[in-house]
Design a protein around this ligand. Structure first.
Ligand code: G4P
Length: 531
């Protein structure tokens, strides 16, 4: 196939949700349809469950699972679908945010009982940063959930996106009978427990058709007609362009566990989800059909065997064709590199790929050359944008417990933070190291891995920090002055940029008011703004 056809053929996306809404279950059903797995239960949850075993053992277990499920590729509806996995635990949310930079669209799962939850809002904020197209799947309709109209209103309100229902539930919980698919105008009746492949639905073009009353009873049919009337009156027809620009989200209802309403989402997904699109760089956009190869690293995975320090860097191909054993340009290191064992992640065993196309994700064997956000090209010197660091939420000072192992500790923390396990900030003089994380578990991972992989022992000490703020100013003099005066609260990020550690939200507001010439950013993205 020519480059253009390869691009058209691909859909690269992620399923995201607040933990427990049904991401793993929906993933599994998609894979069943795609023929990538044969039995239910084949997809292991990558959730870290507290309690049963010690946390770091759980984390190791999760790391083991997460390599094999990092990218799940399957064919459906004539498309080649790359489904990128995201961690199930909130503490590893930053990994999810980074994965979102490598997809072209997402499916967002909402629990119909709980509605929009905290993590749903954070994830959508990240999607909005890049205008990522979103399809919503409202799950668990077999449970006594909230009123569907109320859920739609909540989505619009809390996620700041317009919605358009594409299917509609007949009843909910005990009265749940099925979904009416507004997209294909067909009714599908609920048959709990069907976990493999759904039966065909009955097509009812005209809602006044008596078959509707026969199928679901006169009362439910009347209610459905009224609901659909209301929907058609209130919501505009789906504008696919607006969806692709991230302005409107089509919404589906169903029950992933019962494999109900899942096929509708998948069918709509292959029809409307965008193929790999152009990507912003510091030198303008790169179109996928640019014949010159380019891609970026959005994730790094360390080897599970502590005796082998090698890692896998996950590269998203953005343009042209990637070929095995060909020299490419590592832009940050200004170095030519070639890869003899690029892998894809199909099934459990990795296989070597000869070539890959825009939208594909491949694994590159890495001995320490890659950092998250690195760009590979076929010679050009540009860097992909849109892989920001977000301000961590917890900050601790890293304390070395074994002075004989200072070198190991330094190396370990540098490599782990290159991998994206956490963010590292340093302060001079004194080489004080501050580690920033999203959740407590990340600190546990770091101490465990530093000890087991690098032989270094550490402790984490509380410090007063609320947010890490990158700064820009129209007046460099003012910024320099601020950095000098606030030296106690200024640290350097991994690229040497000064970062203000705001001790509290009150102090941050105060500094913002006192220094109107300085903009305080809680993501690092602005650094790579188009030159
Ligand atoms: P996550 O990846 O988003 O965290 O969620 P996951 O799919 O693991 O689902 C969380 C729980 O919700 C699971 O139950 C799952 O079986 C259940 N679930 C998913 N879809 C539906 C649905 O349509 N209806 C109902 N009633 N439940 C659903 P669990 O008991 O936590 O785990 P498990 O023992 O079933 O694996």
């Amino acid at each position: 196939m020519a480059l253009h056809d390869e691009i058209e053929h691909r859909r690269t996306f992620a399923i995201i949700s607040h933990p427990d809404a049904g991401k793993t279950t929906l993933t599994e059903k998609f894979l069943l349809y795609g023929g990538a797995i044969q039995t239910a239960g084949a997809v292991k949850s990558n959730k870290i469950r507290r309690g049963a075993t010690s946390d770091f053992m759980e984390i190791e277990r999760q790391r083991g699972i997460s390599v094999s499920t990092s990218v799940m590729t399957f064919d459906y509806g004539g498309k080649l679908i790359n489904l990128l996995d995201t961690p199930g635990h909130r503490d590893f949310a930053e990994d999810t945010y980074r994965t979102l930079t490598a997809v072209d669209s997402v499916v967002l799962v909402i629990d119909c009982v709980k509605g929009v939850e905290a993590q749903t809002e954070r994830l959508m904020e990240v999607c909005r940063m890049r205008n990522t197209p979103v399809i919503v799947f409202i799950n668990k309709l077999d449970l006594e959930g909230r009123d569907p109209f109320e859920l739609l209103d909540e989505l619009e309100e809390k996620l700041s996106i317009k919605v358009r229902p594409m299917s509609w539930p007949v009843g909910i919980g005990a009265t749940f009978q099925g979904v009416y698919d507004l997209y294909s105008r067909s009714l599908r009746l609920f048959d709990p427990g069907k976990t493999k492949v759904e039966s065909n639905s009955e097509r009812i073009e005209d809602l006044s058709d008596a078959r509707l009353d026969e199928g679901i009873g006169t009362d439910a049919a009347g209610q459905l007609r009224a609901d659909i009337d209301l929907i058609e009156g209130v919501y505009d027809p789906l504008n696919i362009q607006a969806y692709r620009e991230g302005r409107i989200a089509p919404v589906f209802f169903g029950s992933a566990f019962n494999n109900f309403g899942v096929k509708e989402v998948l069918n709509a997904f292959v029809d409307i989800a965008p193929s790999p699109g152009p990507r912003p760089t510091d030198h303008g956009e790169v179109a996928p059909d640019d014949p010159k190869f380019s891609g970026f690293v959005f994730k790094i995975h360390a080897n599970l065997d502590p005796n082998h320090r090698d890692r896998i860097a996950f590269l998203r191909i953005c343009s042209g064709r990637f070929q095995r054993n060909t020299y490419y340009h590592h832009v940050r290191l200004d170095k030519e590199m070639r890869f003899s064992t690029p892998t894809n992640f199909l099934a459990a065993q990795k296989t070597i790929v000869e070539e890959a196309w825009p939208g594909d994700v491949i694994g590159l064997f890495d001995t320490g050359n890659f950092k998250i956000g690195d760009t590979l090209t076929d010679g050009a010197d540009f860097t992909f944008r849109g892989i920001p660091a977000f301000s961590p939420e917890l900050f601790r000072e890293l304390v070395n417990l074994d002075p004989m192992k200072t070198k190991q500790l330094d190396k370990g923390i540098r490599q782990l933070t290159d991998e994206g396990v956490a963010q590292l900030f340093t302060q001079q003089p004194g080489n004080k190291k501050v580690v920033g994380c999203v959740g407590e578990l990340q600190f546990e991972v770091i101490s465990y891995r530093l000890e087991h992989e690098y032989g270094a022992k550490c402790a984490f000490q509380q410090i007063a920090a609320h947010k890490a703020c990158w700064m820009t100013s129209t007046d460099e003099g003012v910024l320099d002055q601020f950095i000098r005066v606030k030296a106690q609260q200024i640290v350097q990020d991994k690229d040497g940029n000064p970062v203000f550690m705001a001790p509290s939200s009150y102090m941050l507001d105060l500094e913002r008011r006192n220094n109107p010439e300085i903009t305080f950013h809680t993501t690092s993205e602005f650094k790579t703004a188009v030159a």
